[in-house]
Ligand binder design. Structure first.
Ligand code: UDP
Length: 333
């Protein structure tokens, strides 16, 4: 029996494929390579290039492979882009989920682990954020993912397809051996942008706003190492294999770091000065996002190994130094 990973060539997907292979699972990857990288996929996984919305293609994969469960990462995830192109997000993300569940239903596959997001909560009502808090997204990306959670819920009611929705907070880092890592184009996330400055690819970091109601005025976020996040997917799959009910879990460290603190941590981790300036707020940024991840720890037995943000950044820096041009740079492979 195999685990099907949709979006397994992406940042979090490729780390999850790698951890599944390391843990002895038989892994099948589907990815359309629009944002993913073929070189990110562990060579022991069987790879099918295609789109999750292509029902014929996806059915073919389910016909050929003996799929016991699905882990679904395939989605667009750039918040500002989603504000400008909402239909692109609803088509690919939400539409893709409908096709996937149809094909799963046709093939009697009853387990799905889904990459959801803290963006489904919108502006938090309380800190730390609990799974039972209201979900009121402030952008189409979060809305597309919330719709996907709801579609899974009704597919569970009707067809008995059980799901785990993992609501990620901020993910960073890379596999500690530096063989796989984060490579987005364009890059929009704080840690990889800081490391581009450290590497001399960008002149300086612009911090988006220092007039928030936080400890130093900059946004506060909750960072998790990508390998710890990957391991949560494997625990979620095992949870479903035991016959448990559908659930949603927050995945965060329960600790908040301000953007200024992340910059300082990166200066320490890299030994580089990393010039930075203050800029205006970025539209749609909540002031503070910190997860309560007690539920994942208690029910899934999730035990993140990286609790120091400097160590997380060091692993990202290790990947960056080995692959200055990401997957286009074959030197480090
Ligand atoms: N950020 C920043 N400068 C940048 C990129 C990001 O100040 O060049 C800030 C952003 O405003 C937010 C934090 O870094 O407060 C994390 O942003 P990111 O896009 O990495 O993740 P998000 O929290 O939006 O999921």
């Amino acid at each position: 029996m195999a685990v099907l990973v949709l979006g397994g060539a992406g940042y979090i997907g490729s780390h999850t494929v790698d951890r599944l292979v390391e843990n002895g699972y038989d892994v099948v990857v589907v990815d359309n390579l629009v944002t993913g990288h073929v070189d990110a996929i562990n060579k022991k996984a069987r790879f099918y290039e295609g789109d999750v919305r292509d029902k014929e293609f996806l059915s073919g994969v389910f016909d050929k492979e003996d799929i016991e469960g699905v882990i679904h990462f395939a989605a667009f995830s750039v918040v500002p882009e989603s504000m400008e192109k909402p239909l692109k997000y609803f088509d690919n993300n939400t539409g893709g989920m409908i096709t996937l569940l149809e094909v799963m239903h046709d093939h009697d596959v009853k387990k799905i682990v889904f990459s959801s997001t803290a963006a489904t909560y919108g502006e938090p009502k309380q800190i730390p954020i609990k799974e039972t808090d209201p979900q009121v997204p402030t952008n189409p990306y979060g809305e597309s993912k919330l719709a996907m959670e709801k579609i899974m819920h009704w597919s569970d009611m009707a067809y008995g397809i059980k799901f785990v929705a993992l609501r990620y907070f901020n993910v960073a880092g890379a596999k500690p051996d530096g063989t796989i890592g984060e490579d987005h184009n364009p890059e929009t996330h704080l840690v990889p942008i800081i490391l581009q400055v450290a590497a001399g690819e960008r002149k300086e970091l612009t911090i988006f706003g220092d007039d928030y109601d936080t400890k130093d005025g900059t946004n506060v976020r909750d960072y998790v190492h990508v390998v710890d996040l990957a391991d949560a997917h494997i625990l979620a799959l095992e949870y479903l294999k035991k016959g448990n009910d559908s659930q949603a879990f927050n995945l965060g460290s329960s600790t908040g770091f301000s953007n200024k603190e992340i910059l300082e941590a990166a200066r320490e981790a890299t030994g580089k000065p990393i010039p930075a300036k203050m800029g205006p707020r970025r539209a749609g940024d909540p002031s503070t996002l910190i997860a309560s991840s007690e539920k994942a720890r208690e029910i899934l037995g999730w035990d993140p190994q990286f609790d120091d943000v400097r160590e997380i950044i060091k692993t990202a820096w290790n990947w960056k130094v080995g692959h200055p041009n990401g997957y286009n740079d074959k030197k480090g492979n």
